[in-house]
Design a protein around this ligand. Sequence first.
Ligand SMILES: *[C@@H]1O[C@H](CO)[C@@H](O)[C@H](O)[C@H]1NC(C)=O
Ligand SMILES: *[C@@H]1O[C@H](CO)[C@@H](O)[C@H](O)[C@H]1NC(C)=O
Ligand SMILES: *[C@@H]1O[C@H](CO)[C@@H](O)[C@H](O)[C@H]1NC(C)=O
Ligand SMILES: *[C@@H]1O[C@H](CO)[C@@H](O)[C@H](O)[C@H]1NC(C)=O
Length: 380
Amino acid sequence: RAVSMNCITGAVMIQGQDDWGVTYTSTQICALKGSTVNISCSYTYPSTINHNVTKVEKKFWFTKGSNNAPVDLKTDSDYTGRVKYFFDNDDCTLRISDLKERDSDEYKFRFITNLPGGSFAGSPGVTLSVTDLQVQVTRSRTQGELRCHSSCNVPDNPSYVWFNNGQKMDGETSSLRVSVEDNDSYSCAVTGYEDYLIVNVLFPSDAPKVVTLSLTPTWDIRENSRVTLTCSSDANPAATYTWYKNGKPLYKNTQIVFRSIQSSDSGEYYCKAENKLGRRTSRSISIDVKYGPKLPSVSVSPSAEIVEGSSVTLTCSSDANPAATYTWLKSNGKLRPPIEEQQLVLTSIQSSHSGQYTCRATNSLGSNTSKPISIKVKCE
Ligand SMILES: *[C@@H]1O[C@H](CO)[C@@H](O)[C@H](O)[C@H]1NC(C)=O
Ligand SMILES: *[C@@H]1O[C@H](CO)[C@@H](O)[C@H](O)[C@H]1NC(C)=O
Ligand SMILES: *[C@@H]1O[C@H](CO)[C@@H](O)[C@H](O)[C@H]1NC(C)=O
Ligand SMILES: *[C@@H]1O[C@H](CO)[C@@H](O)[C@H](O)[C@H]1NC(C)=O
């Protein structure tokens, strides 16, 4: 299709009818990783130069090096054992097997004749794109449209062929209309690459197979923050979703949005995707809402009047997640050193213990201080 000519090195007089040239069968080739590709060409050259008969002495393909100082692919360690030349008459086909993504490159054929300066490289060469995924099928559930995309960067729009339950269909279009209820399998390929390029199998009508549950943010969920749980599946017709919290049905929707999450929203969540063909349950995810200590409460034991010499225990408690640690403070009089315990035990009580006590609860999210509690020691 494309004829490339240039780069006749040296001052060579060209005679005879034949011209210098390399013709590549196609200049853009897309191939799947791991597959084998044939890059075909043919070449011509003048049969005589200055009345001397030309004889081709060396032919090879290259990607590296300039046209004048190329590296023969056969000697290129990146291609060891993967390159074959098919050189019959004017045929100059290159075959590369076990394609790697790094093989994506421009490939040029060069031949050298017996005569000084009588060498030629076909440039520009053939652009090979090696891709992992050749063709993708996307479908629109509402319209029943299947669309084939090639991830190859071929400049012209490639044409596609479709297969219905493995049978090649007529026409070469990138999209295909099917009934939403259609339960056949479809696949597509780029025309010309049907044999070894991607075949994507699709079941347009399907029960949910994969149910995905996602949580944002994924960790460190704090009280009053916005939290979203989303359920999705590959079902067709589209699934309806039911959310469960701690095993009990909660809500029917694809999403649960907590605009301002509360500690009472903590629990195990999962969703169930369901359509007329079946149902499936997602994994479960646990939400643990973190919050700073609530106002601590203090209890006194014994609660009756305190008599000198007896013993009294003050217990502080505050709701917090993660759990709080406690510190006791005394606002008048001395409590030294500060007691870092949930319980403050005053043994053998005496009037110097009288005073206002408060306790402070602290966790990684903050702290909160209780209302003061007065201890009066009545001396008899
Ligand atoms: C590549 O070319 C060789 C030689 O002409 C042929 O035997 C082989 O079947 C071809 N392979 C592909 C994948 O076209
Ligand atoms: C080519 O031919 C010329 C005379 O026509 C001669 O002088 C020259 O040596 C020849 N070159 C080769 C490489 O045979
Ligand atoms: C759809 O096709 C699948 C696989 O071929 C089959 O198992 C299923 O029963 C079919 N469902 C309907 C509704 O035809
Ligand atoms: C202390 O607790 C009260 C009542 O639970 C709460 O309203 C307040 O926000 C808390 N303070 C802090 C700093 O967490």
